[in-house]
Write a protein that binds this ligand. Structure first.
Ligand SMILES: NC(=O)c1ccc[n+]([C@@H]2O[C@H](COP(=O)([O-])OP(=O)(O)OC[C@H]3O[C@@H](n4cnc5c(N)ncnc54)[C@H](OP(=O)(O)O)[C@@H]3O)[C@@H](O)[C@H]2O)c1
Length: 190
């Protein structure tokens, strides 16, 4: 999905990466994904969000809510040498440390201001919003929100966290493959 926006004040547009149950819009359950691991989607997620456009000395930055960051494995956090910003109003001292964690931001605007500084200094490759729900909600209506990369899972797993509805400013740009999950009980589409 793509929204037409322009780059302003040195702040580049950001993209969002998410996967949701097609009908109930579930994205999370008890701190994890609602569904058992989908290998093809996981590989797609890593490749899409963690590959440099040109120069690997530039930074790819992922923005996470505190709980999503807690569920991010070391493998994911380190993959492709990406860097991370965690949003937390409480700035909870138990937030997981990582060599590639740039900062804990008290708000999404604070995270974007940090990112704008990186961009003004010519250090930035791309920016990905990685969820969860509150971060997605705020970023969906942000003027710098570019694309949503949204996997649809065609089975409604029990969920306690949901992808917010988004408006008609977004139009579908491209539809990738349709996969059958390993257990052959449901499809998912990237
Ligand atoms: N399917 C997917 O694509 C996907 C992607 C990401 C996550 N998930 C799943 O979603 C669940 C986690 O998402 P969640 O929505 O429950 O939690 P979350 O957004 O990851 O984390 C919530 C915490 O982040 C901080 N936060 C959120 N919005 C903020 C804002 N606007 N400004 C400052 N801080 C903010 C707050 O931390 P403080 O309390 O410290 O202030 C809040 O308590 C997990 O189950 C995870 O597996 C799924």
């Amino acid at each position: 999905m793509e929204q037409n926006v322009s780059t302003t004040n040195g702040i580049i547009t950001f993209n969002m990466m998410a996967a949701m149950c097609h009908n109930n819009r579930g994205i999370g359950y008890q701190g994890d994904l609602p569904w058992p691991k989908l290998k093809a989607d996981f590989e797609y997620y890593l490749k899409t969000t963690s590959t440099h456009k040109k120069d690997s000395s530039l930074m790819i930055v992922h923005v996470h809510g505190r709980k999503s960051w807690a569920g991010c494995t070391d493998f994911q956090a380190s993959y492709g040498g990406v860097y991370h910003i965690v949003c937390s109003q409480s700035r909870d001292p138990s937030i997981k440390t990582h060599p590639n964690l740039l900062t804990v931001a008290g708000s999404v605007p604070e995270a974007l201001e940090y990112i704008a500084d990186l961009n003004r200094n010519g250090k930035l490759d791309s920016v990905w919003i990685m969820g969860g729900a509150g971060i997605y909600q705020e970023c969906l209506s942000h003027p710098l929100c570019g694309r949503i990369y949204l996997t649809h899972v065609y089975k409604d797993f029990p969920s306690d966290t949901f992808f917010p509805p988004f408006d008609d400013d977004f139009r579908e740009k491209r539809r990738h493959f349709r996969y059958l999950s390993r257990r052959r009980r449901y499809f998912f589409r990237i």
